[in-house]
Every structure is written in structure tokens, then in C-alpha cells.
Design a protein around this ligand. Structure first.
Ligand code: ADP
Ligand code: MG
Length: 902
């Protein structure tokens, strides 16, 4: 292939400079893609490919007009590409091109989506001590949010969970993690993030901590105690350097370093977020999720914050009490609340506007939007202070947290500068009010006088010449001209110089008009340049106040989110939960927050505490077990985001994590789960949960054969009850498990009641203490009209299956001291004998069906004398098929004699 030269050559050499996936290069009024990039872009975006010949070779080429670049780049970035943009600029000898920015999924400013857009870096430092240390930094360039944390983790699971809660658009793995295929695979599995291998140097401790100090100042860094957190600092430094390198220009909007520890938030792993349908349903719909149900926010930023709160419940009682008090005040101050929401509905997204101002992409409409929104802070705080109930609540402090005077000043300054309804372009004037700037006023005055002269020219000329069909107009080729109707062209004076003849008219010019034209063009240009200059200065001034914009934006967002809680609480009769540090969870007449929206919900109670930590939930299919358990998790979660809850009253012991596992058949049937996944998730829960966690197990063990399933469910129950000691709700269709309620001190049974009369099952939806009184499967088959012989036979088969099966229970008493041992006989559904030694009974310690009879008799033989052993051994070796009946009889006779002698 020949070496490409010219435009294509330039393109290819720029392409060498960048590791972006695609490059687009400005060529005059177009941005062009060449070669493979052209093909890719054409495929993705349905553009036409043409051929560009260059020195005998031909290259595919696809282009978009300069003004349309943004939507095309956005579309590419949303598909996961990183796109480098090379701009053209004038030089002394023609023009030159260079890459000015790289637009990537995590640094994309012109996102059409209101939800947060996260760029994350993750760094691992290998094990001092037990596990490794992970540092995570997460930025949202569209709002300037920047959060950093560090955690110790044995296998990367906790780090991945942390990343997952941010749903990052792009992740920069640190040098240590790049070759860890397992980690990267797990990351890919759980997020849609683009993975970018950013310059390893920027992760180096020295360079990273320098970048962090540069950005936030040494004091800020010391005061949040990040200084010592190497891994966190390395991640933070890498994110900052990446934002700078991609040229998005929002570095200045990242004003605040927020560090947080894992202890501040409730652990919610990916599975739990999905099972609880926090932001989307199991089917992947937004509608029907908890967020969708709860969201009454009127601003984009408020919605973002609410979503964030739901994904990150808190463990800090003080913060929860603060939010609750705000919500309580807002539920009572209905008038003020509606006034506030009405006001907020005019707000624009200040955090995003701050980023746009800093990056230099804000136009005059954006600054107007910022002005209008800044001015709302005053109105909102007036509404708060003028209402006694609100003024006395922590909402007053929240509103006072943003600097109202500064917001008013900036708003006033912007209002003095910009016209009410500025145009969407910043280079064609019309942006500023009169009186804003003397120089500008002078130019504008001259410009407008010249325009006025042009406006009135037709009147003057009509009078002078007596021509009636005369007008003055302007177009691109002819500039300004006088147009005269064909019938009157004879009356045109000699001073008119002919320019052009049209079908019905002729065009002329006169020396005065030529001169005015030059003046107008000159003034126009000066005005545009000057306005643009002044605009940039104004935008710069706003950019300098990015922190103020962010503060006000966050304050308004918080008021919006809290009001949303209040609206929902009032409309749905929710109540303020008591939150405490104990283990008890008590819910009176509780409901499921989403199901109650569409169903006549039957409220039910829940009580758990230290002595009643583990509830086995039984009841027929479709009776409401899953709903009841999720409801417990959601009430706890809502209490820990500061919301009211759907119950008559509730008292919630704060939890450090909520873990759920749904092994229900519906999950499996939809191909969303395999038994392996189910077990991995169970394993994760057994490792991660603590005695301060809430665990929801829904039909765990269902994905495998019955006896396997029972064994696992049984053992997991024992382990959680004795060792992990989490608050746990376990719905199971293994009726056998209910026996554990009697044996393990902290395990209790509850069931969802159903009523059967005359062959109909009525679901009462009420939860009562104790196990369900029977195993429902066969019974339901009976009710459903399955033929009598089948039902009878299935009862027989069921009995057979249970024959000879027994499970022992291993209990720890509450102090973890001695253990209890008991044997549960599956055939009778009862414990064979309370505390007896397992060797007295035919027992399979593993409960498995595969147990060979010969082995068990060997077990039993332990306590027998030598005669009996001899008999047994003979019996075992006897080939029944080869032995004549008479001989068999004789042998049996002999054995009986032997045993009698023994
Ligand atoms: P299970 O897990 O026992 O099979 P589910 O919890 O899935 O049952 O509930 C089955 C159906 O009953 C769901 O459609 C749910 O909406 C409804 N349901 C559950 N609990 C209640 C309740 N307390 N009041 C009204 N409807 C309920
Ligand atoms: Mg269920």
C-alpha cells in the first residue's frame, strides 16, 4: 500500500497520536472520518460513505457538518466508543489541525440523560495483612461531584459492589488490575462500563497525590484524611489526570473532594438492588420500580439525588433523623410545601450548568437559566422561614447552607447583563442589555443607527424619485440593493447603478448605500466580536462561582427530594419510623410500597429481635411470602434513607447491609439464574452478612433436587442462626425446615394464612405465627382437580420418598456455648428424640438420598457382638439368585440359632 499523503495522511498521523477508538478531523465546514473509522461510523450512524482519492489511492470518507458534530459524537459515545476530535485553526501559512479533546463515555458533557454519569478509577494494593486494599474514585464531570473511598477486601467482591452502586459509564482500572482477568470479567459482567487503560504513570502515588493536592489544595486533602490513604489517592489522581487529558474542560468544576468510608452506607449488592427492584423491575422496566413509585421530584437534580439516596441507604442515625424531621415538617406544612414545589418546578440543573460554564460550552441561555435558578433560592428560603413549622425544622438549616446573598448577587449581575430571551448562538450578538457596557453600547448605538438609516431608505427614495414599487433588501451575493418593479424602471434616476435584472424587477445600488453597507458590516462584526468577548468574560465569572452554583443546586435538589418523600407520605398515609441501634424490627400493619399502589393490600405485622432473629416463612404458593419478605427489606431500606414507611407504625433497628437471594422458580424459569449462580450468591451472603445485617432468602435450594435442596437450606439456616446471626427471613416450600423452629432458640416459624373451604383456597394474606399445617403441593393438585388416583398415588410416593430419611440439627445456644444435637425424622416429620445421641437412630448425617443400605448397617453393626457380625457378613455375601429355596431356609434357621446363642 502506498503511503497516504495530503488530508488522509494527516488524518492517519493524528490517529497514531491517540488511543481513542475513532478520530474525526475538521476540514473546513465539515468534520470527516476516513478509512476504517469512516466505515465504522457509517455503520453505526447510517451515514453515507464516499471515496476520497489521494495520490492514486482511494479512501472511504464520511463527514458531518461542523455544527452537527455534537449529536453524532454523543451517539457514538453512547455506543461505547471513545472519539478524538481534531480541530482546525488558522496559522500564518494556512491552517493546522490538532486533537483538542477525546470524548469518552465517562467524560461526555453533552449527555442527553438526566441521570448521573460516572467515571471511576479503581486501584488495588496487594495485601498487607489479610486481604488487599482497594482505592476507588468516582467523578461525575457533568456535575463536578467527586467521591473517594478505600476498602480492604479479600477477593475484590466488595470493591466491585462499590463500583456497581455507581453504575459507571467508564472505568479506569489501575495497573495492578489490568492483568487480573477474573476481576475485569466480573466488572464487565456487572456493569456496562467502557474499560479504559489510562496512562499507568498517573496512578503512581507521587504523581497522583500531587494531582490531588493541585486540584483541592493541601489543606482540603489533609482535612478529609485522604493523605494517608494511598490507594484512594492513586485512584483520585488518575481520574483527575484523565479528565484533564481528555480535554473536556470541566476540571475546574470538580471543586470538592468527598471521602467516605464503607461504614457510612448500607451494603446493597447488585443482586439485592435488582431483587428489591430499586430503580428498575426484574423485567428491566423503570416503571414499577421503587424509585418510580416514590419519585415526585420536580427537578432533574432532585430526581438524581433521590435515586442516589435509594441506592445508598445510610447508617448514621443523626443524618436519618435530620431527613425525617424535614420530611415530617413538609408533610405538615402542606401550603408551604406546594409553594416550594411550584417554585422548584422552574429550576434548571445548576450543577450541570456549572460544569458547562467551566468547560466553556455554556451559551447565553445557559447563563440565563443559571440566573433564574439562583434567584429561586431566595424564594425557597422565604417559603421556609415564613412557615413556622418549616422554620423550626432542620430544613431551615439545609436551606441556609447555601449562600443566599452570593446567589442573589450573581443572579442580579447576570440579570443586568443578559437580555430576557437571548439567542442560542453566542457569536452573533443580541446577548446583552443596553447599559451593561459602555463600549458595547457605543457600538450598538452606531450599528442600530446605521440599520435605521437602511430601514428608512425606501421611504426617502420613494419620495425623491416618485417610484412606488421600491424596496431595500440584502442577500449573500448582492449585499444591500434597491429593488424597483419592472413597470417603473424608466423612472430610475441616473445615479442608480444597475446590478441585476430579474423577471419582474431590477436591482440597483447607489454610492450612499454602498458606503452604508460597508459601515454596517464593519459595525456588525465589531458588535459580534465585542459581545462574544464580553460573553466569554461573563461566562468566566460564572465559572469562577462554580462552587456557588453547585451549592445552590444541591440545596434545591435536597429540598426537592425531601418534598418528594413528604408528598408520597401524605398521599399514601405513610408513617415516620422510629430508628434505633438495636436489633429489633417491628412493623405494625405494614405494606409493600409498590404492590400497595395497584392492589387492595392486606396489611400485616412483623416482629423480630435478638431472640427471634430468624423467621421461617411458609405458606402455599402465591400466598404472599415473597411480598412479605421484600416488604420487610423495603421498610428497613426506606427508614435508612430518611423516608417515611408504609405501615401504621414501625421501629427499625439500623442494619449494616441488606442481602437477598431469590431462588424462586420464576427466576430460574426466566433463565436469569442457574443453580450455580444461586449458590454463589448464597455463598456471598454467608461470607458478607453480619449480626447487624438483614438477610432475605426466598426459596433458596429450589434449583436442585429435593434432598439436595433441603440439605442446603437446612445447613444454611443453622449456619446463619448459629454463626452469622443476621436478622433473617427465609421463605421455603420445604415444610421439613419448620421443625428447626422448635430446636434452634432464635428461629421461629410464621406462615401466610390461607383458608380452604369447599375445595377453594382463599388467600388471606395475613401472616401468623407458627408453621403452615401441611405440605401444600399435593393438596393443591387435589384442589385443582387432578384425578383421584394420581393424587392418591402421589401421596404414597411422597411417603416413600421420606421413608428412612432423617436429618440431625446442630444448634448453638444464644451465647454460642454448648451445642444441641437432635435428629429430625423426615418420615414422621418430627424429632425422633430430643437431645439423644445420633447413633441410636438410623441417621444419615448428610441427609442425602444416595446413602447405601449396606453402609448404614455397617454403622449400626458397631455395637454388635462377633456372632451377629458373622451372621451379617454371611448375609451380605449370600447370592440370593444362586441359592435354592430350601438351602435359604436352612441358612436362615442357622442364623437364628446363632443369634439366640449370642
Ligand atoms: P409467594 O411468594 O407466596 O408465592 P407472592 O409474594 O409472590 O407469593 O404473592 C403473590 C401475589 O399476591 C402477588 O401478586 C402479590 O401482589 C399478592 N399479594 C401478596 N401479598 C399481598 C397482600 N398482603 N395483600 C394483597 N396482595 C398481596
Ligand atoms: Mg415467592
Amino acid at each position: 500500500m502506498t503511503e497516504a499523503t495530503g488530508i488522509v495522511g494527516e488524518f492517519l498521523s493524528l490517529k497514531e497520536e491517540t488511543d481513542a477508538d475513532l478520530l474525526t478531523m475538521q476540514c473546513g465546514d465539515f468534520y470527516e472520518f476516513f478509512g476504517d473509522d469512516a466505515e465504522t461510523v457509517a455503520d453505526e450512524l447510517d451515514l453515507t460513505v464516499s471515496q476520497k482519492s489521494s495520490h492514486g489511492s482511494s479512501y472511504p470518507m464520511a463527514g458531518v457538518p461542523v455544527d452537527d458534530l455534537t449529536p453524532y459524537v454523543s451517539a457514538l459515545v453512547e455506543r461505547g466508543y471513545r472519539v478524538a476530535v481534531a480541530d482546525q485553526h488558522e496559522t500564518a501559512d494556512g491552517h493546522a489541525r490538532e486533537i483538542t479533546r477525546v470524548v469518552t463515555p465517562g467524560t461526555h458533557l453533552e449527555t442527553g440523560d438526566e441521570s448521573a454519569q460516572h467515571l471511576a478509577a479503581v486501584v488495588r494494593e496487594l495485601g498487607r495483612g489479610d486481604g488487599d486494599t482497594y482505592g476507588i474514585a468516582v467523578a461525575d464531570v457533568t456535575t463536578g461531584q467527586f467521591q473517594v473511598t478505600q476498602l480492604d477486601d479479600a477477593d475484590g467482591g466488595a470493591a466491585l459492589t462499590e463500583l456497581y452502586t455507581f453504575a459507571p459509564a467508564e472505568v479506569l482500572p489501575g495497573p495492578d488490575l489490568r492483568n487480573d482477568d477474573d476481576f475485569l470479567a466480573r466488572l464487565r459482567e456487572r456493569t456496562d462500563a467502557a474499560l479504559t487503560l489510562h496512562d499507568a504513570e498517573s496512578f503512581a502515588p507521587g504523581r497522583a497525590s500531587h494531582a490531588v493536592r493541585e486540584q483541592f489544595g493541601g489543606e482540603a486533602v489533609d482535612s478529609v484524611g485522604v493523605g494517608e490513604q494511598d490507594a484512594a489517592v492513586r485512584a483520585a489522581g488518575a481520574v483527575l489526570s484523565y479528565v484533564e487529558e481528555t480535554g473536556v474542560g470541566t476540571l475546574a468544576a470538580i471543586t470538592r473532594l468527598q471521602t467516605y468510608g464503607a461504614r457510612e452506607y448500607v451494603d446493597l449488592d447488585a443482586t439485592t438492588q435488582r431483587n428489591l427492584e430499586l430503580t428498575e423491575t426484574m423485567q428491566g422496566d423503570r416503571s414499577g420500580s421503587l424509585f418510580d413509585t416514590l419519585d415526585h421530584t420536580v427537578t432533574a437534580a432532585g430526581g438524581r439525588l433521590l435515586r442516589r439516596w435509594l441506592q445508598r441507604p445510610r447508617r448514621d442515625r443523626g443524618e436519618l433523623a435530620r431527613r425525617q424531621s424535614c420530611v415530617a415538617a413538609l408533610t405538615e406544612g402542606a401550603m408551604a410545601r406546594e409553594r416550594i414545589r411550584e417554585t422548584l418546578s422552574d429550576a434548571y440543573d445548576l450543577e450541570r450548568l456549572a460544569s458547562r460554564a467551566t468547560s466553556g460550552s455554556a451559551d447565553a441561555r445557559d447563563l440565563r437559566a443559571a440566573q433564574e435558578t439562583l434567584a429561586l433560592l431566595g424564594q425557597v428560603s422565604d417559603a421556609v422561614t415564613e412557615t413556622e413549622r418549616l422554620a423550626e425544622s432542620p430544613l431551615a438549616d439545609a436551606v441556609a447552607g447555601a449562600d443566599r446573598a452570593a446567589a442573589d448577587d450573581l443572579a442580579a449581575a447576570l440579570d443586568d447583563a443578559l437580555v430576557d430571551d437571548p439567542p442560542g448562538t453566542v457569536k452573533q450578538g443580541g446577548l446583552f442589555r443596553k447599559g451593561y457596557d459602555d463600549d458595547l453600547d457605543a457600538v450598538i448605538e452606531e450599528h442600530e443607527a446605521a440599520l435605521e438609516w437602511l430601514d428608512t431608505l425606501p421611504e426617502r427614495e420613494k419620495e425623491r424619485t416618485g417610484i412606488t414599487h421600491l424596496s431595500v433588501d440584502r442577500n449573500k451575493t448582492d449585499g444591500y440593493y434597491i429593488q424597483v418593479g419592472k413597470s417603473e424602471t424608466d423612472a430610475v434616476p441616473d445615479s442608480y447603478q444597475h446590478v441585476k435584472t430579474l423577471k419582474n424587477s431590477k436591482r440597483y445600488t447607489i454610492p450612499d448605500l454602498d458606503e452604508k453597507e460597508r459601515e454596517v458590516l464593519r459595525l456588525e462584526e465589531r458588535r459580534h466580536d465585542l459581545e462574544y468577548e464580553r460573553f466569554q468574560a461573563l461566562r468566566e465569572r460564572v465559572a469562577e462561582r462554580a462552587t456557588l452554583l453547585q451549592d445552590v443546586g444541591r440545596t434545591l435538589a435536597e429540598v426537592d427530594a425531601l418534598s418528594s418523600f413528604a408528598v408520597h407520605a401524605v398521599e399514601n398515609d405513610w408513617t415516620r419510623p422510629e430508628v434505633h441501634d438495636g436489633q429489633a424490627l417491628s412493623i405494625e400493619a405494614g405494606r409493600h410500597p409498590v404492590v400497595e399502589q395497584t392492589t387492595e393490600f392486606v396489611p400485616n405485622d412483623l416482629y423480630m429481635d435478638e431472640d427471634r432473629r430468624f423467621l421461617i416463612v411458609t405458606g402455599p404458593n402465591m400466598s404472599g411470602k415473597s411480598t412479605y419478605m421484600r416488604q420487610a427489606a423495603l421498610v428497613t431500606l426506606l427508614a435508612q434513607v430518611g423516608s417515611f414507611v408504609p405501615a401504621r407504625s414501625a421501629s427499625v433497628g439500623l442494619v449494616d447491609g441488606i442481602y437477598t437471594r431469590v431462588g424462586a422458580l420464576d427466576e430460574l424459569a426466566q433463565g436469569r439464574s442457574t443453580f450455580m449462580v444461586e449458590m454463589q450468591e448464597l455463598s456471598n451472603i454467608l461470607h458478607s452478612a453480619t449480626d447487624e445485617s438483614l438477610v432475605i432468602l426466598d426459596e433458596v435450594g429450589r434449583g436442585t433436587a429435593t434432598f439436595d435442596g433441603i440439605s442446603i437450606a437446612w445447613a444454611a439456616t443453622e449456619y446463619i442462626a448459629n454463626t452469622v446471626r443476621s436478622k433473617t427471613l427465609f421463605a421455603t416450600h420445604y415444610h421439613e425446615l419448620t421443625a428447626l423452629g422448635d430446636e434452634l432458640p432464635t428461629v421461629e416459624n410464621v406462615h401466610v394464612a390461607a383458608d380452604e373451604t369447599d375445595g377453594d383456597v382463599t388467600f388471606l394474606r395475613t401472616v401468623r405465627d407458627g408453621p403452615t399445617d401441611r405440605s401444600y403441593g399435593v393438596h393443591v393438585a387435589d384442589l385443582a382437580g387432578v384425578p383421584e388416583p394420581v393424587v392418591d398415588r402421589s401421596r404414597e410416593v411422597l411417603d416413600r420418598l421420606r421413608e428412612d430419611e432423617a436429618i440431625e440439627v446442630r444448634g448453638g445456644d444464644r451465647d454460642g456455648g454448648g451445642t444441641t444435637q437432635a435428629v429430625f425424622d423426615l418420615s414422621s416429620g418430627q424429632f425422633a428424640s430430643g437431645e439423644s445421641e445420633p447413633t441410636d437412630e438410623p441417621v444419615a448425617t448428610d441427609g442425602s438420598r444416595e446413602r447405601a443400605p449396606a453402609d448404614s448397617s455397617a454403622d449400626d453393626a458397631d455395637g454388635l457382638g462377633p456372632e451377629a457380625e458373622a451372621v451379617l457378613s454371611e448375609l451380605r455375601d449370600l447370592d440370593v439368585n444362586e441359592t435354592p429355596p430350601v438351602e435359604l431356609l436352612a441358612k436362615v434357621q442357622n442364623w437364628q440359632d446363632d443369634l439366640e446363642d449370642a
